[in-house]
Design a protein around this ligand. Sequence first.
Ligand SMILES: [Zn+2]
Length: 192
Amino acid sequence: MQPLIDNARTFGQRPEEFARLAEGQSPQVLFITCSDSRVVPALITGARPGELFELRTAGNIVPPYASEHPTSEAATIEYAVEVLGVRDIVVCGHSHCGAVGALVRGDDLTAVPAVRDWLTNATPRPAGAVEDPCVAEGVQSHVLAQVLRLRSYPFIDKKLTEGQLNIHAWYYEVHTGSVLTHDVSSDAFRAL
Ligand SMILES: [Zn+2]
């Protein structure tokens, strides 16, 4: 923890770099990814403060839209799309994902009931080779399922219909730094 504190202590010593951020934010992109510490959206994309609006959840799961049951995730997505007016949403899964791996393997999650109950939002259960430590196939199918889930949000469906929003499905390899994107025409993940 101490190195992080040391860095935070000196971080604000260049206030001129941040002064304009007091005027507000107008990010172009909502970046939805896993909470995993190996995934650092600003590093991957080179985004500066104010450029990426982020939603991070265990397993980059987008819960079902249910307006009668408010969720932090739906609120974050709604704010990004309706208030900030982002034009692009990236759903980024990653290799070696613990959450997706647990789903693929059907792990017993009795000891972590909150995780278990959250992962029930991941339907259909991602399929993939149980012995693959990357869980690449499972993560990629899981990302596409989250994109479908996003499309079921009424305000997103409307923006997509109006041509005001694009959704991108990414797969990030934590062990190489490579990013693949889902190519709709070939229905395969390919290098960006
Ligand atoms: Zn993960």
